[in-house]
Design a protein around this ligand. Structure first.
Ligand code: MN
Length: 244
């Protein structure tokens, strides 16, 4: 199996090293990650200028590894262009959860989605953060368990996996929590007294049972199967008389 590993936190992220190491159990791993952090870039591609890549400044044991002057989606495009027969794209492990509506903003999940657009399976992995940085050595067995559950499931094109800060071992299959949106614009002032604005995210306390948010809040690893089709089937069926 040939696996492309990428992320949106950039080539230096310890989450990327952890994922690449865990992925190596399944075959050849090629690491291709942004040279700087690209969090919240969604599925943006660099279309107005060229992208380039260089050998990674940090060593990935036994793997080819590169940093790319582009977005997570660019990394997937370039990686699948340069290296033939990629079977799977793994993206992460993002430092910070990607739950509910953050699927729209997440560069981590978007890299996996970009793989699916190319006809390759994509799995995104993220871990919740508290006040301190995640302990990826402690997380490793849970990452391995989640990969064990998913890597060989060939009908699952796109998966969004989220680990709680301190996993307890349960893995649950969830749906995306979309009832509440956590994005908010906050007005503040710079040192010169001028107004500026942060578009930021506030934790949502309310959770619906069975959702990704609920799972992670309860210490479980969440796996959400996803699809690319955004069609509103109810309206489509109404307007056309067709049935899914
Ligand atoms: Mn990120």
């Amino acid at each position: 199996m040939k696996i492309l590993v990428t992320n949106d936190d950039g080539i230096y992220s310890p989450g990327l090293s952890c994922l690449a190491k865990c992925a190596a159990e399944y075959g050849e791993v090629i690491v291709m990650a942004p040279d700087v952090e690209q969090s919240s870039m969604g599925q943006a591609i660099t279309s107005a200028k060229p992208i380039t890549y260089k050998t990674s400044p940090i060593h990935f044991e036994g793997m080819k590894a590169f940093r790319v002057s582009g977005t997570p989606a660019d990394c997937v495009a370039l990686g699948t262009h340069l290296f033939e027969d990629i079977d799977l794209v793994l993206s992460g492990i993002n430092i910070g959860s990607n739950l509910g509506n953050s699927a729209w903003h997440s560069g981590t999940l978007s890299a996996a989605r970009q793989a699916v657009l190319f006809g390759i399976r994509g799995i995104a992995l993220s871990v919740s953060v508290g006040e301190d940085e995640p302990d990826f050595d402690a997380l490793e067995p849970y990452v391995k368990a989640a990969l064990q559950e998913t890597v060989k499931e060939h009908e699952m094109e796109l998966l969004n996996i989220n680990f709680p800060r301190h996993p307890q071992g349960d893995i649950v299959w969830t749906c995306q929590s979309i009832r509440h949106y956590d994005g908010k614009v906050i007005q503040q002032q710079d040192p010169m007294g001028r107004d500026h604005y942060w578009f930021t995210v506030f934790p949502i306390e309310e959770v619906e049972e069975g959702t990704d948010r609920w799972a992670v809040k309860n210490g479980k690893t969440s796996i959400t199967p996803m699809i690319l089709d955004l069609t509103n089937n109810r309206i489509w069926e109404n307007k056309t008389g067709n049935k899914i």
